[in-house]
Design a protein around this ligand. Structure first.
Ligand SMILES: C=CC1=C(C)c2cc3[nH]c(cc4nc(cc5[nH]c(cc1n2)c(C)c5CCC(=O)O)C(CCC(=O)O)=C4C)c(C)c3C=C
Ligand code: FES
Ligand SMILES: [Fe+2]
Length: 392
């Protein structure tokens, strides 16, 4: 069993140093309102009948899919797509597990955080999904009721894309500036963490578990196929950082594994007729079979819990097709309830809170301050300015 000593050491030093900080920075009194750790993600339909609402919210999001006459066209596209996607959710057990896993991750992270960084305790995890319940409005009302005055927007996408984390931050900015989140809340942002040692360790351990299913004599021939949700080339070509950041995650995981196997990064879930980032995961598997490379592991690298892309696309479609081609294909587990991963979330939040309290970092990262060179979306500019001022 591998540990991630760097993160451990950091966490230990945080818990001791933060006690010092608490005295320096006025430890807040008992009974105070919680520090809100707001977990941002897209969400998914928890039950099959919620699929249409989820798709309508998704196609209504101009930061993800800009459409002419969006409010008219989006419900129509969503309705047309609903039966097929409903069937996929039915096939994976009747809904998306993302809410269940995010709740579990959030609760365990908040408990660890109380130990790692008592100066900002108590911590409470809130969930703000972009396209499914709990939506940002509901979360905002809950935070207001709890009297939250200090909040961290913590993206649950490891790698930054303006179509994912950017869209969630734009939504949070709209609610924040309208006062829906309460007055005088001090905000900061954890915007990306795709090379955090704990995240890398959790992915590496899951790969090692999948590798152990292969015959030991030929194990080093198994091809690791890292698979991430693709992006339209229009998004890549305006300078979106996602492709670079997913690549950095893959490089970090391969370093941690000591380059024990050959690997590729491939892209899945392309939708519609426009050009998307490739090579496509399904085609890559067929290509491996053609080249006589018959053993592979599919590794989800850009999402932290199971969803239709792992449970349906990877497990039911691609892995099945590959087996028909005579391949042995396994999938490494999603992070889901991995304790190593949950500790990494707590470490990320503790480090952020500590460095922010000490004035060592601002409310957003330097990287978040830079808009895509091709960005023409005015909301991105306003959102970045608002968060850079701590949500004021
Ligand atoms: C990091 C992950 C994701 C990126 C980047 C991303 C970009 C992106 N997606 C679409 C269009 C759709 N995505 C859909 C579903 C979906 N997307 C992600 C993740 C990322 N998307 C997930 C995890 C899911 C599925 C949720 C689940 O529970 O499984 C859909 C809906 C499904 C469908 O109709 O096929 C669409 C549409 C675009 C256009 C885009 C970048 C601009
Ligand atoms: S699209 Fe990337 S900053 Fe606006
Ligand atoms: Fe998507």
């Amino acid at each position: 069993m591998h540990k991630f000593p760097q993160a451990r050491a950091l966490a230990r030093s945080l818990s001791t140093r933060s006690r010092g900080l608490a005295t320096l920075h006025n430890a807040p009194p008992a009974g105070k309102s919680p520090t809100g750790i707001v977990m941002l993600n897209m969400g998914g339909p928890a039950t099959v009948p919620e699929t249409n609402d989820f798709l309508r919210n998704l196609f209504m999001d101009g930061d993800l899919i800009p459409l002419p006459f969006q409010s008219l066209i989006a419900p129509w596209i969503a309705r047309r797509r609903t039966p097929q996607i409903e069937q996929q959710y039915a096939d994976i057990g009747g809904g998306s597990p993302i809410l269940r896993y995010t709740r579990l991750q959030g609760e365990r992270m908040a408990a660890l955080l109380d130990e790692l960084h008592p100066a900002t305790a108590p911590h409470k995890a809130y969930i703000a999904f972009r396209y499914a319940k709990p939506l940002t409005d509901e979360t905002a009302a809950e935070m207001k009721r709890d009297g939250v005055k200090r909040a961290v927007a913590f993206t649950q996408y490891p790698q930054y894309s303006c179509s994912t984390t950017g869209s969630s931050l734009n939504e949070l900015w709209r609610k924040g500036r309208s006062g829906a989140l309460g007055e005088g809340v001090e905000w900061s942002v954890i915007d990306r963490w795709g090379t955090h040692p704990g995240f890398v360790e959790a992915i590496a351990q899951n790969i090692e578990r999948a590798l152990s299913k292969f015959d030991e004599a030929t194990r080093s021939d198994v091809v690791l196929m890292f698979s991430a949700h693709s992006l339209p080339m229009s998004v890549v070509n305006r300078g979106d950082p996602y492709v670079l950041e997913v690549s950095a995650s893959v490089a970090a995981v391969m370093d941690r594994l000591g380059h024990s196997n050959p690997y590729r990064l491939v892209w899945q879930s392309q939708v519609g007729p426009s050009a998307w980032m490739g090579m496509k995961t399904g085609e890559a598997l067929k290509g491996l079979a053609r080249l006589g490379r018959k053993k592979a592991i599919l590794v989800p690298i850009a999402f932290t819990s199971d969803h239709i892309e792992t449970l349906y696309e990877l497990d039911l479609e691609y892995a099945k097709e590959a087996r028909e081609l005579g391949m042995q294909v396994e999938r490494s587990d999603s992070l889901n309830d991995s304790p190593v991963f949950i500790r990494a979330l707590a470490d990320l939040a503790a480090t952020h809170l500590k460095e922010y309290s000490a004035g060592a970092i601002g409310s957003t990262s330097l990287q978040m301050g830079l808009r895509c060179p091709g960005c023409t979306n005015a909301t991105c500019a306003q959102q970045k300015t608002w968060f850079a001022r701590g949500g004021r």
